[in-house]
Design a protein around this ligand. Sequence first.
Ligand code: A3P
Length: 292
Amino acid sequence: DSLFGTPVSIYRYQGYIFPGQLVMSGVFKELPDFQFRQDDVLVASYPKAGTTWVQEIVYMLMHGCKMTNENSEVLETRFPYLEYPYPGIKSLAAKKEKRFIKTHLPINLLPPSFESSTAKMIYIARNPRDTAISYFYFMQLLTQCNYQGTLSSFIDLFLSDKTMYSPYFGHVLGYWEARHNPNILFVTYEELQQNPEKIIRKMAEFLGMSLSDAEVTYVAENTSFVRMSSNPSVNYEHWKDFGFAFKDKGKFLRKGKVGDWQRHLNKSQVAAFEEWENEHLKNSDLKFSYIC
Ligand code: A3P
């Protein structure tokens, strides 16, 4: 598409849009046989919902509520991305130690062994307006996307379910409907922002842990936007050295706020979002916060 400076291939598979490299890698043939283990911990999301934030919280919770040497390894290694070709599903399957797994797969494409395992999953959802703004900047930052279009064109793509891992509402509502599954915890970016300590405690309880106040505070402080922005193991700045991200197009940890859409969207764009949101949420009890 001419909106992208680098040719971007995307595919529709089972009703969702995926990066071409995923489909080409053959991962969708391998996923159905992927075996979850009883003690796997997953973080799932539609892109730009706060995945990295929850991954780092979960990792710290499960490593003694401390920053350890292990935390200094980059997050992609500590917490691999299930469906991405690198390091790949085979290396994840071969991993001996306890697994922490990130995925952007919609619930209908999760390997079926999830249902029959006791693996735990935290799904993070973020309001669609802030998700779209974050996604717009991310598409400019990644060299393999090199988005060149305007915000307005990007909003058109987003609202017409053409961005990767869309449809957004199919993704979010699929997990929302599964939120009573005892192995799934559904949280929102907005509630995590509003009261990190409360939600961190909730995540810990879900993972079977009972934390002291000092531990909760420690995890909240060390996973704050400011701390994570200056932590090279989670801020993805190394992508710039690898050529995955442009050096001059901002940062992965960009703003970290609820309501940044207000600085970006004009009246008619807000109206388009409202109409789209109302249509998709009319039969759902899911309610988003749009401002803090
Ligand atoms: P913004 O672009 O709005 O800043 P993901 O990890 O799913 O790709 O999501 C990235 C978004 O989460 C970015 O949003 C990023 O800044 C935000 N984020 C990451 N860590 C955060 C933290 N500790 N606190 C608040 N927001 C965070």
